[in-house]
Design a protein around this ligand. Structure first.
Ligand code: ZN
Length: 300
């Protein structure tokens, strides 16, 4: 790990917690300098109930859930370092790093960072962690302007984030390789301009599995500022339909995990997250049908 002279307060404390604790520490947002409820209320209009600590678990093979109760962060562990998909909110600095440590891995071994989409709740600490670890941020071309500028250029128009130094720019369909693991990125424009779904290939007990983080494009219609080009959305649907994931993790997975956490922590197989046959195709079909219906309704 790089020597860090003056890390920002929140990460410094999170790192200390990481070094001193083998399990996620008791949560105290004021102690870590995170965004407390009053701050969050003033900007979001509700308390942040999505960044609470939650013990990590193995999703499958070398892929682990290290996020909070309702904001995902996913670690792909390899012999040549780790890939981290999304970092969550600033409060989650005290969740993600301790979770990685409790699994027996080192946050300092993060080599590649990927971003589902440039909204603060999924990547507020991305740049801080990049500086601390020296990891390379790999990003979909359409998301780079938002990442490097620190502005939310999507239809939600949130308040933005610390500008992120992007080390590698990819196009839809490209793969990221590290330590024998492969992650394929498919552009899913709409929710933000460069929103991306990631397909992670892993193995367990001699079987190959594919885990998707993300889903179909949240294509925008009827908003002249953010309208998604139909050809981009249709290309995304076609590319997603080529994939055949066994497990899908969503960015806000509390509902997905409801009633399954005990089995997930126990490592029960078959995993309660396994998709039913045809479920992925139906997700794509339903989304595309809804998008086509919206386009048709807007047609003159
Ligand atoms: Zn978002």
């Amino acid at each position: 790990m790089r020597k860090v002279l003056l890390p920002s307060g929140v990460i410094a404390v999170a790192l200390i917690a990481t070094l001193s604790a083998q399990v996620p520490a008791a949560f105290d947002p004021l102690a870590i300098g995170g965004k407390d409820t009053e701050w969050f209320m003033s900007r979001v209009g509700r308390p942040d109930v999505d960044s609470e600590p939650q013990a990590p678990f193995k999703i499958m093979g070398n892929v682990y859930y290290v996020g909070s109760n309702n904001i995902a962060s996913i670690l792909v562990e390899t012999p040549q370092g780790h890939i981290l998909l999304d970092t969550g909110t600033q409060k989650m600095a005290a969740v993600v790093f301790p979770n990685i440590v409790s699994l027996g891995f080192k946050p300092g071994d993060i080599k590649v960072m990927l971003i589902s989409h440039a909204h603060y709740d999924h990547m507020e600490t991305m740049e801080t962690i990049r500086r601390l670890t020296g990891a390379t941020v790999v990003a979909m071309a359409a998301e780079v302007p938002s990442l490097v500028s620190g502005h939310d250029m999507g239809p939600n128009e949130t308040w933005g984030h610390e500008p992120v130094q992007v080390g590698r720019v990819i196009e839809s369909g490209e793969e990221i390789h590290l330590g024998g693991s492969t992650v394929k990125a498919i552009w899913t424009p709409g929710h933000t301009l460069g929103a991306t779904a990631y397909f992670i290939t892993t193995e367990e007990d001699g079987e190959t599995y594919q885990i998707v983080y993300g889903g179909p494009p949240g294509a925008i219609t009827g908003d002249p500022r953010y309208d998604t080009r139909p050809e981009d959305a249709f290309a995304s649907y076609a590319a997603l339909r080529e994939m055949d994931p066994d497990i899908r993790i969503t960015g806000h997975p509390q509902n997905l995990f409801a009633g399954k956490l005990e089995a997930l922590w126990a490592g029960t197989r078959q995993s309660p997250l396994m998709l039913a046959p045809g479920a992925w195709t139906k997700t794509i079909d339903d989304s595309e049908a809804a998008y086509r219906a919206r386009l048709a309704a807007l047609a003159p």
